[in-house]
Design a protein around this ligand. Structure first.
Ligand SMILES: *[C@@H]1O[C@H](CO)[C@@H](O)[C@H](O)[C@H]1NC(C)=O
Ligand SMILES: *[C@@H]1O[C@H](CO)[C@@H](O)[C@H](O)[C@H]1NC(C)=O
Ligand SMILES: *[C@@H]1O[C@H](CO)[C@@H](O)[C@H](O)[C@H]1NC(C)=O
Ligand SMILES: *[C@@H]1O[C@H](CO)[C@@H](O)[C@H](O)[C@H]1NC(C)=O
Ligand SMILES: *[C@@H]1O[C@H](CO)[C@@H](O)[C@H](O)[C@H]1NC(C)=O
Ligand SMILES: *[C@@H]1O[C@H](CO)[C@@H](O)[C@H](O)[C@H]1NC(C)=O
Length: 899
């Protein structure tokens, strides 16, 4: 484990994790002599529609024929639209064909089982495309993959996810992301799981009101894991998130080249009251972690209920049990009772989905008869199950029929499939038939958070029965224009074609029902004005609006087939197939045929994998396991330090670095890395063999103090011991800087049980527990495991976490807050503060008070190791002590204060 530390002597040793890194990625520098000399990613997002081109150029440097493999991950919602190979100047394009035709034509390849492998699902959100081709010596090949997707607004953001995994060093590596949003970009942030301090300079972001350009262009040496290693550091996600400006009505109609798109996400509407029935599977298969996570999530979700909501719980195995006979208001008392009930749920028995859902519907009917459902309220049934029906009605078709008849379009049913033992197709149809939607909950350590996230998405219904209207003489082939429910943080999208003789100005009305009234929004857009907007070739690709319309139409047709009758479904598929072929999209109805040079097996067929086939992939959540070699070594302190000082932009740090160069000595204010411990799978480091180059393991049992660098020239420190404090504490509150830190200490855990850091600007909340780091921003929650690397740049705030599990929160004018998990999972969190001169004069709190005026009493003559200090009218006795700095593993001298 490596932890920066604040130290004050020259004798501290720096241990770099360079040996460690070889364990993490077995990728060899140049796979079998095939060198990728250029890899570019060019993503253009015009009005949420993203067009990504990935170009990889390779050369075979070996003496013999070699396999060159092109491997790329793309979002599952995306459609591949083109792929080509250029070998020796000859282009081999892929073609998109109807699935059946492609398979018949190339049945040879299919019968050899090769077709299925070209695209496969990986991770939660991605699928992988892979093609290999034999390449003669000294021959160059260019691979080009193009895919497109419409970015959907989810909890208030659009997210573009690019996977970066070249597996070798690449001479020319460049990613460009151009975003153009005519409504204006309200915020933009980037996050990556691989960017280190060394790579920060390779990333540039520029943004003005409607356009943004993000470039990532690391040099060869920046890609290297360390100077003497040929392994690439680039392996992970690169994410861009943004949102657009909205007028109060949230309407925007955009027009390009004969097509229009209408985005609608009104702001500031009141949330409609809702009636929620949670239907929770407690069958035997849920036992263990799943039921624990479900209980945990349910308890949190119950706390989040709006007092205006009504709710009830149904748990089921063979039979369904109601917590309460009717819906009850989400009063504090009821919520607390429900939480106790949820906490007691135990898993055993079979799965009777049919009865459970019917009981939920009956409950809503009874509550309605008892006049408990207020008019204008929304009724939701949320079903969570991890398995197929095994008890009672087990015929899935019959269950779907029973449920649809019972619900009769009065309520919405949302289905959450927990894990992969459940037929997702069954749940999806069940939900889509009944005005809801289905989600998969991945079995992982963050499953409870996934459940909470889902709830958050549907927690705030704003409108119901939303209808978009356009003059019929103006538009045709309009996509879905009626939406049953609209939730805060999402967006409704309608696209269509303008008629040949359509008027110059396109008018639209959007009608919807709110809690107490019906509302109509109006929007208009002038064709001529709009056409002028989309002229910039840097941001716009040919016919983008038309392609957006085709993409959306295909997605919606495919979704509709799920709940359509057989005949209807066939017609929908025919239409979707026609569009997929016309626009060259690889969809579930088409296949891409890849033709190879003469002499190699002639062609391969790439099929889009279905959702249910996504099973058994390794978890992408915190997938990196740390191994630690048995011994450590020392190297290159200062370069490492200088990179790290980026997060401490205070001039002092620069100055200190200079002097340390001159004296060859490390100074206070610099941050050292130290490898201390391992995860459970790795052998424990053997400190007994250390001589000079390592430090002692922290004496177990000693309570970690929080070390506060004090103001003033002395550079002295306070070691604050809060181990006797109980309950949640207000640690720091600095209204002048919009910062708030609270936490709860646990003496038995020798650290914090949780810490919560809240920033006003940007508005972000970081909740840290020994299990997770959860970042909440604009209602959107992201969870990270400790030791998962993270580099997140929000305007005014940088969040980084390295593989050692140190989370640093810093910004140009911000106090740096560091949090780390201790290596023993039973231990609490450690907190550190840097750049404390950035506190404003208004800072207060258990720790913050020491950055107000501190009055030191003169030392009593006999004993200068004891002083009294007075802080805001309170007296503390301070003792000069040697304390262990748990972040550095060293003893330091400080004034120790017990609170
Ligand atoms: C696919 O890419 C190839 C090579 O760049 C190009 O010739 C072809 O026209 C493209 N096909 C489509 C449908 O865009
Ligand atoms: C969008 O909002 C941002 C931030 O509030 C502002 O800087 C920008 O000028 C706005 N753009 C437009 C086109 O209104
Ligand atoms: C906005 O930024 C883009 C590049 O990011 C640039 O091409 C464009 O000219 C800028 N527009 C304005 C109005 O500054
Ligand atoms: C399941 O139920 C459906 C609809 O009632 C029926 O058509 C079908 O035959 C049943 N399947 C079996 C295997 O009983
Ligand atoms: C809103 O419109 C619907 C459908 O036209 C109607 O049934 C309902 O009574 C209206 N609600 C209010 C509050 O006017
Ligand atoms: C799609 O349908 C249109 C209209 O029916 C037809 O003209 C066109 O040829 C079809 N395209 C394909 C690729 O089948």
């Amino acid at each position: 484990m490596k932890i920066p530390s604040h130290v004050h002597t020259c004798s501290i040793i720096l241990v770099l994790p360079s040996l460690l890194l070889t364990f993490l990625n077995p990728a060899i520098a140049e796979k079998n002599g095939v060198d990728i000399y250029s890899l570019t990613v060019d993503s253009r997002v015009s009005s949420r529609f993203a067009h990504t081109v990935i170009t990889s150029q390779v050369v075979n440097k070996a003496d013999a024929v070699q396999q060159a493999t092109f491997q790329m991950e793309l979002p599952r919602k995306a459609f591949i639209t083109n792929f080509s190979m250029v070998i020796d100047g000859v282009t081999y394009p892929a073609t998109v064909k109807e699935k059946a035709a492609a398979q018949e034509q190339y049945s040879m390849a299919v019968s050899r089982g090769e077709s299925a492998g070209l695209i496969k699902a990986t991770g939660r959100k991605m699928e992988e495309f892979q093609v290999s081709v034999s390449v003669a010596p000294a021959t160059k090949v260019t691979f080009e993959l193009v895919y497109e997707e419409l970015l959907r607004r989810h909890l208030g953001v659009y997210e573009l996810l690019l996977k970066v995994r070249p597996q070798q060093l690449v001479k020319h590596l460049q990613m460009d992301i151009h975003i153009f949003e005519p409504q204006g970009i309200s915020f933009l942030e980037t996050e990556s799981t691989f960017i280190t301090n060394e790579l920060v300079d390779a990333l540039t972001t520029s943004k003005n009101s409607t356009k943004a350009h993000i470039r990532f262009k690391p040099t060869l040496s920046q890609q290297q894991k360390s100077p003497d290693q040929q392994d690439t550091i680039l392996d992970g996600n690169f994410i861009v998130r943004y949102d657009v400006n909205r007028t109060h009505s949230g309407n925007s109609i955009q027009i390009e080249n004969g097509y229009f798109v209408h985005y609608f996400a009104p702001e500031g509407l009141p949330t409609m009251p809702k009636n929620v029935v949670f239907v929770i599977d407690k069958s035997g298969s849920m036992s263990g972690r799943k039921i624990r996570q479900t209980r945990e999530a349910l308890i949190k979700i119950l706390s989040d209920l709006n007092p205006k909501d009504q709710f009830n719980l149904i748990v089921f195995s063979e039979e369904a049990n109601l917590w309460n006979p009717l819906l009850v208001p989400a009063s504090e008392e009821n919520v607390n009772k429900a939480k106790s009930y949820a906490a007691s749920i135990q898993a055993r028995g079979g799965t009777n989905i049919n009865d459970a859902v019917l009981v939920a519907v009956q409950l809503l009917q009874n509550s309605n008869q008892a006049e408990l459902l207020s008019s204008g309220s929304i009724s939701l049934i949320i079903l969570l199950t991890d398995g197929d029906p095994t008890v009672g009605e087990t015929n899935r078709t019959q269950i779907q029929k029973n449920v649809q008849e019972a619900i009769g379009s009065q309520y919405s049913l949302f289905c959450l499939g927990f894990g992969f033992d459940v037929s997702y197709a069954f749940l999806e149809k069940l939900a889509l038939d009944n005005g809801g939607l289905a989600r998969r909950i991945y079995e992982d350590s963050d499953s409870a958070l996934q459940l909470q996230d889902f709830y958050e998405e549907v927690a705030n219904p704003l409108l119901t029965e939303v209808a978009f209207e356009y003059p019929s003489n103006a538009v045709e082939e309009v996509t879905q224009n009626n939406f049953h429910l609209f939730f805060r943080g999402s967006e409704m999208v309608v696209a269509g074609k303008l008629r040949d003789q359509s008027p110059d100005v396109l008018f639209s009305k959007v009608r919807g029902q709110m809690h107490t009234e019906n509302i109509t929004f109006q929007a208009e857009s002038s064709t001529a004005e709009q056409e002028g907007l989309f002229q910039s070739p840097k941001y716009i690709f040919h016919n983008f609006m038309e392609r957006l319309w085709a993409y959306l139409t295909i997605q919606q047709l495919l979704e509709k087939t799920v709940s359509a009758s057989d005949d209807k479904s066939k017609a929908l598929k025919t239409r979707a197939l026609n569009l997929s072929l016309s626009y060259n999209f690889v969809t579930p109805l088409t296949s891409m045929v890849i033709t190879k040079p003469e002499g190699q097996e002639q062609s391969q067929v790439a099929d889009k994998p279905a959702e249910d086939r996504a099973s058994n992939f390794p978890s992408s959540f915190g997938a990196v396991a740390l191994g630690v070699p048995g011994n450590y070594r020392q190297s290159g302190h200062l370069s490492q330090l200088s990179h790290h000082s980026r997060f401490y932009p205070h001039p002092n740090v620069e100055r200190l670095r200079d002097t340390s160069h001159r004296r060859g000595c490390l100074n206070p204010g610099l941050f050292l890395f130290l490898l201390l411990e391992t995860t459970t799978i790795a052998p424990s480091p053997d400190f007994s063999t250390c001589s000079r180059n390592c430090v002692a393991v922290p004496a177990s049992g000693q309570v970690p103090a929080i070390i506060l660098p004090l103001r003033g020239p002395s550079g002295d420190r306070l070691c604050v011991d809060i181990s006797h404090s109980q309950g949640p504490m207000d640690l720091l509150s600095d209204p002048g800087r919009g910062l708030e830190v609270t936490g709860q200490y646990k003496r038995q855990k020798a650290g914090f049980f949780w810490v919560e850091v809240t920033y006003k600007n940007p508005q972000v909340q970081i909740h840290v527990s020994p299990e997770h780091v959860v970042v909440t921003r604009n209602q959107r929650r992201s969870a990270y495991k400790w030791k998962e690397t993270l580099f997140s740049v929000l305007p005014g705030l940088e969040m980084t976490m390295d593989k050692t599990g140190l989370l640093l929160l810093s910004g140009p004018d911000k106090v740096t807050i560091g949090l780390s998990s201790q290596n023993d999972p039973g231990k609490g969190l450690l907190l550190l503060l840097r750049d404390t001169d950035h506190f404003s004069s208004q800072v207060s709190g258990t720790l913050g008070q020491f950055y107000q005026d501190v009055l030191w009493e003169p030392p009593a003559a006999a004993d200068d190791s004891r002083r009294m200090l007075r802080v805001q009218g309170k007296d503390y006795s301070a003792t000069r002590e040697l304390r262990l700095d748990h972040h550095g593993g060293t003893e330091i001298s400080c004034w120790s204060v017990e609170l």
